[in-house]
Write a protein that binds this ligand. Structure first.
Ligand SMILES: Nc1ncnc2c1ncn2[C@@H]1O[C@H](COP(=O)(O)OP(=O)(O)OP(=O)(O)O)[C@@H](O)[C@H]1O
Length: 717
């Protein structure tokens, strides 16, 4: 390939070879003045030929402008703006080319335009040559015309002479690459270099690509506009239009930017609010969980409260029933005159369950069994921490639990220091719960089974104890008959104080067997105890107060003689008739005071009279004989019980302070206490019995004058 100079000369030669029907392509740039002159030259040189205006439009100039502003336009609207800008540029070029065409038409030139969009002008021209089979292309001359050697004088009005490029469509066009690289470039680049030369005053072409930006576009446009015929009104208008357009775009961009910023702010605000809502939501969720837990807890509490309420209601109903029954019982008892209506209080009588009885006797363990009589077995037991004796009555008979409970409660109210205390009962199992006396029965002492024989003083004091109890029973209203008095029913406490047990049992059991018979006690004559039974009772079948006197007489004879029952009365009678009492007296009891003992022997025989009318009166005759013995007997009893506590009768001792009482008072539980002690107990907030631990019906205290006198009497002895 040759130099540019050679290419120009070749082109000159070929101008002449342009056919009339050939289209002459004129490469036009943006410089209107130059374009005008170039067109003028071309129409002059190629008159008769049709002319096509070729313009390489560079959209990338606008793109580079947008790329340079990337940090500003981060949002979609920039694409719209760029697009609008591009479209506007393309349209403007079209309009410009159309204006050129309009200038050519009056001169009879057939003109057209070819607009090719290409970022690179060289490539654009090469593409145009190849695609449109261009044979003749006219371009403005290079700025450095001195290199080209073109005579400018032949082309007046134009700074440099145009270049005519003649191309053979079959050969040269196909070798467009070669043309591009070696021949065409310098010529083509003129289009831009000339622009650049004028706008940037000779700066290198590189700046076009490297420093192209929105500002340079504006600057270039302005400079171009200034340099290219400022008086050209159309261009001025076009420039003004473009400037206003640009301003509009700028304003729109600024607005969009502001919008974007506002949207960003809104987004940040929404994110902030969202965060807050999320925080609130998690807090609410936690609160909901807590609430759920609380609800569950409360539900459980409500359920247990309801359960409690139900059980309280049941208890209340039960208590109401019990209260109604109690009222009914009181009414019944009042009717029969069995209750002392003058009494200001009612002693609470505990009713035990069968479970408790069962537990107390270790499931009725045989080792806990004390004995067995006609009316059932007796067990030792530990009930509510108290040692007790439990009598299991036979379950036969039609007596119902309520009747049983009534009768037992009546019996429990009969209290005396020489009567075994009935602590409570179990209607379910028909059992009676007594205080437990650990010194055995008189029967066992008289039999001397593993025991030291009782001294005569103790024997006589036992007789006085029995007499005291019988006087109490017979003086009760109504009169109470023991009906089964015998040594096994005389129990001894640690101080050898005698207490009568099983009071009213025959009556209770007989009621069970024959509830219709309520007034009398029927004698059961089928056993060995008959020796103690009033012979009249054996005939009539009915017990009387004198029946107990008869039994007492037999016991007294036993105490004096220690002999078996058989022939006991007869032997004593004989001994007295023989005035030889000593022959029958039990000297294992010590040296009996003979004179007083003879008195007792006569008294005992009188008690054993077959006819009740011949028997002595308990108070006026029996007690008067026994009373003088008390001093001697009590002293002896005290000797036997060394401890101070044991010397005093147990019922003289306050259960709380364990000392002989000075001011004995009866509490609602029926027990007698030292006044100061029981008041202290109640004042300290207790409302239960110190003995039974059961709730007291009231806290009233009644002075026990009888006991007080007895204590005084005992103390004076
Ligand atoms: N509260 C008690 N404390 C200590 N032992 C007692 C108590 N009650 C009864 N006993 C003992 O139990 C034994 C049996 O007594 P229970 O009254 O059942 O029969 P009994 O008196 O021998 O004959 P029956 O009752 O048939 O006339 C008594 O002999 C006595 O030793």
């Amino acid at each position: 390939m040759g130099s540019i100079q050679e290419a120009v000369s070749i082109t000159e030669e070929r101008v002449k070879g342009v056919e009339e029907n050939d289209t002459v392509y004129v490469a036009v740039g943006l410089n209107a003045e130059k374009n005008k002159k170039l067109l003028h030259w071309t129409t002059h040189k190629f008159s008769g030929n049709s002319i096509c205006l070729l313009h390489i439009h560079q959209p990338d100039l606008v793109n580079s402008f947008s790329k340079a502003e990337t940090n500003v336009f981060e949002y979609e609207p920039k694409d719209h703006a760029t697009k609008a800008f591009q479209e506007h540029g393309s349209q403007t070029v079209h309009e410009l080319l159309d204006k050129y065409i309009l200038t050519l038409v009056p001169a009879g030139v057939q003109a057209s335009k070819l607009l090719i969009e290409k970022d690179d002008i060289e490539k654009g021209i090469i593409e145009a040559i190849a695609q449109h089979n261009i044979r003749c292309l006219v371009m403005g001359a290079a700025a450095d015309r001195h290199k080209m050697g073109v005579d400018s004088e032949n082309t007046p009005g134009i700074v440099t002479a145009p270049v005519v490029l003649m191309l053979d469509s079959n050969t040269e066009a196909k070798q467009s690459e070669k043309i591009k690289s070696e021949l065409i470039p310098d010529v083509l680049k003129y289009l831009d270099s000339s622009d650049m030369e004028e706008t940037e005053n000779g700066n290198s072409r590189c700046s076009l690509n490297a420093e192209w930006s929105f500002n340079s576009v504006i600057a270039r446009t302005k400079l171009t506009d200034l340099l290219v015929h400022e008086d050209d009104e159309e261009l001025q208008n076009w420039r003004a239009k473009e400037i206003s357009c640009r301003k509009e775009v700028e304003v729109q961009l600024a607005r969009e930017k502001q919008d974007v910023q506002e949207m960003k702010n809104q987004r940040d605000k929404i994110i902030c609010e969202l965060q807050m809502v999320q925080d609130q939501s998690s807090t609410l969720r936690n609160q909901m969980l807590e609430s759920k837990c609380m609800v569950t807890e409360l539900e459980e509490k409500i359920i247990s409260a309801v359960d409690l309420l139900i059980s309280f209601k049941e208890k209340r109903d039960k208590l109401r029933i019990e209260h109604a029954n109690a009222v009914r019982k009181v009414e019944v008892l009042r009717k029969f005159g069995e209750v002392d209506t003058t009494s200001s209080y009612v002693v609470e009588f505990p009713a035990f369950s069968f479970m408790e009885i069962n537990e107390a006797t270790q499931d009725f363990d045989q080792s806990w069994k004390i004995g067995e009589g006609r009316y059932g077995s007796v067990y030792k037991g530990l009930l509510r921490n108290m040692p007790v004796a439990i009598k299991m009555l036979p379950s036969y008979g039609c007596q119902n639990q309520l009747e049983f409970q009534h009768q037992v409660e009546v019996l429990s109210r009969v209290r005396h220091p020489n009567l075994l205390t009935l602590i409570g009962s179990c209607a379910e199992s028909k059992s009676l719960v007594y205080e437990y006396l650990n010194n055995g029965s008189l029967e066992s002492h008289l039999a001397c089974k593993d025991r030291t024989p009782l001294p005569w003083q103790i024997r006589i004091s036992i007789a006085t104890d029995i007499c005291s109890a019988l006087i109490f029973l017979q003086s009760s209203k109504p009169c109470i008959i023991h009906g089964n008095l015998k040594p096994s029913k005389v129990l001894l406490d640690a101080n050898f104080v005698a207490k009568l047990g099983d009071l009213g049992i025959p009556s209770l059991v007989q009621h069970s067997m024959d509830s219709a018979d309520t007034g009398t006690v029927v004698c059961n004559n089928s056993h060995k105890h008959l020796a103690y039974v009033d012979p009249e009772c054996l005939v009539t079948g009915k017990f009387t107060p004198e029946s107990d006197v008869y039994s007492f007489g037999i016991i007294l004879l036993q105490l004096l003689t220690g002999r078996p029952l058989s022939g006991l009365v007869r032997d004593m009678k004989c001994a007295l008739e023989m005035e030889n009492l000593k022959t029958v007296l039990d000297f294992s009891a010590g040296e009996w005071p003979l004179h007083q003992t003879t008195q007792l022997a006569y008294l005992a025989l009188r008690c054993c009279e077959k006819t009740w009318l011949n028997r002595p009166d308990l108070v006026s005759e029996i007690w008067s004989v026994l009373k003088p013995f008390r001093t001697i007997c009590i002293d002896r009893r005290q000797e036997l019980t060394s401890k101070k506590l044991q010397r005093a009768p147990s019922h003289f001792v306050c259960p709380i302070v364990q000392e002989v009482m000075e001011d004995p008072y009866i509490a609602a539980d029926g027990f007698t206490y030292e006044e100061e002690a029981i008041r202290g107990w109640l004042d300290s907030g207790h409302n239960t019995s110190p003995m039974t631990n059961l709730k007291l019906e009231h806290t009233d205290l009644v002075p026990n004058y009888a006991l007080h006198n007895a204590i005084l009497e005992w103390q004076q002895l």
